[in-house]
Design a binder for this molecule. Structure first.
Ligand SMILES: NC(=O)C1=CN([C@@H]2O[C@H](COP(=O)(O)OP(=O)(O)OC[C@H]3O[C@@H](n4cnc5c(N)ncnc54)[C@H](O)[C@@H]3O)[C@@H](O)[C@H]2O)[C@@H](O)CC1
Ligand SMILES: Nc1ncnc2c1ncn2[C@@H]1O[C@H](COP(=O)(O)OP(=O)(O)OP(=O)(O)O)[C@@H](O)[C@H]1O
Ligand SMILES: [Mg+2]
Length: 369
């Protein structure tokens, strides 16, 4: 039994199977639950979420965050992988991966280019960094056949690990190199094959906007567009401009049009929809718009989504899909941490300051003991 904040979870079957069989069962159950919703509900939470489109993010955070049970082993609180990091960007994948750890995941991997890897490793020894991705300039002399072999090698390196991950974050600091993006699209196909959820952010959204089939109808995909990324998605998929007057309806239509993927539209209020419901998270927040806050959010969604899927075996689990719960929790926590960092640092608040406030913010909402 796993005692949660306000929720008792039965995780017996997870520990009684071998890791691989339990992983397979967990993923299948998660997929079913995400597709169908749960039959039961947690009255307080459901009331909080259905009475208004503003989600009770603190209540969701308390529900999905697991307690620190001494019986649990390394890995059970989440294994996250970030696909991103190239010659240009090393900050974004670092922010996403370290945020996952600071929130409470056990392991955080980064799959990046060979150039980016030593830089990202030097930021933190906590991250497991795989220098496996290639950019076009490193293979410009290669024939088409040789390029295909390089691509197969890249995918093979990710494939070895895929089954172990609870969630991927694809795109922070990935860049827009065509060869890199092609590899990222193959990684998405691989994740779908293993029913591994993934969050698409940053340049991953650039890729998906131009190849919507990569995520279409995959219920375990979360898109986290910022203002520019959302505009491009709306133009490409709905063939119109962003309509602020009918923001919720338009978001619902967009998510529906992409086959029920979940979209977290970032902004003054974060809006979340899977094509059926729309929830907003408006609590806390900060007036500072320093780059990197979206990266924290993407790492956070990956962790909370992984935790929310563990609620599935709980007969009292919330009726909302784990994907929606993960988005609400991550948004609420990021906004609280940003607000706390701003009270301390004012105009000089940076993304690193917000990351430092993640633990304190979560602690205030659901204390570790
Ligand atoms: N410290 C870091 O390493 C950070 C890296 N970041 C990464 O930076 C990358 C870009 O993210 P942004 O949030 O800036 O993306 P945006 O799409 O919001 O903006 C990128 C900029 O490029 C322009 N642009 C738009 N379409 C373009 C196109 N087709 N080709 C080239 N440029 C275009 C936009 O006008 C904008 O000025 C992502 O990989 C993101 O993850 C950000 O997360 C911020 C922090
Ligand atoms: N106008 C705003 N007012 C208040 N909060 C905002 C506003 N815009 C964004 N946010 C908050 O900042 C978070 C990150 O959103 P942002 O638009 O900065 O993402 P991003 O551009 O992808 O960031 P990054 O620089 O990491 O790529 C959102 O989840 C939201 O909570
Ligand atoms: Mg971003």
């Amino acid at each position: 039994m796993l005692v949660r904040h306000g929720v008792i979870s039965t995780l017996g079957q997870l520990t009684s199977h071998s890791p691989s069989s339990s992983t397979v069962i967990r993923r299948q159950q998660f997929l079913v639950r995400t597709l169908c919703g749960s039959r039961t509900y947690l009255p307080k939470l459901t009331r909080a979420m259905s009475s208004t489109s503003e989600a009770d993010a603190e209540s969701v955070l308390r529900t999905v965050t697991p307690s620190l049970d001494p019986k649990r082993h390394k890995g059970q609180a989440g294994k996250i992988a970030v696909i991103g990091g190239c010659r240009e960007y090393t900050g974004a994948p670092y922010f996403a991966a370290i945020s996952a750890l600071k929130i409470g995941a056990d392991l955080s991997h980064v799959f990046c280019t060979k150039d980016a890897a030593p830089v990202i490793k030097s930021y933190s020894p906590e991250l497991i960094v795989h220098p496996v991705l290639e950019e076009s300039y490193t293979i410009s002399q290669f024939s088409e056949e040789e390029k295909r072999k390089v691509q197969d090698k890249v995918i093979g390196e990710v494939d070895k690990w895929m089954e172990r991950f609870d969630c991927l974050v694809i795109g922070p600091g990935l860049g827009r190199d065509p060869f890199l993006l092609e590899c990222a699209s193959k990684i998405m196909l691989l994740a779908k094959k293993f029913n591994v959820p993934f969050v698409v952010d940053g340049d991953g959204l650039f890729l998906v906007t131009n190849s919507i089939d990569l995520v279409n109808s995959y219920p375990l995909a979360v898109l986290t567009p910022n203002v520019n990324e959302y505009k491009r998605l709306v133009q490409r998929v709905l063939n119109c401009e962003v309509d602020e007057e009918n923001a919720e309806d338009q978001l619902r239509s967009l998510a529906k049009q992409i086959g029920g993927v979940t979209i977290l539209r970032k902004g003054k209020s974060d809006l979340i929809s899977n094509g059926e419901i729309v929830k907003s998270v408006s609590i806390y927040g900060s007036p500072r718009r320093c780059g990197g806050q979206g990266d924290i959010l993407s790492g956070g969604v990956a962790v909370f989504l992984s935790w929310a899927q563990q609620l599935k075996s709980d007969p009292e689990s919330p009726s909302e899909s784990p994907v929606i719960l993960g988005c609400i929790a991550a948004s609420g926590l990021l906004r609280k941490a940003a607000s706390l960092a701003f009270t301390k640092h004012k105009r000089s608040t940076l993304t690193s300051d917000i990351i430092e406030c993640l633990g304190e913010s979560l602690e205030e909402i659901c204390p570790a003991s």
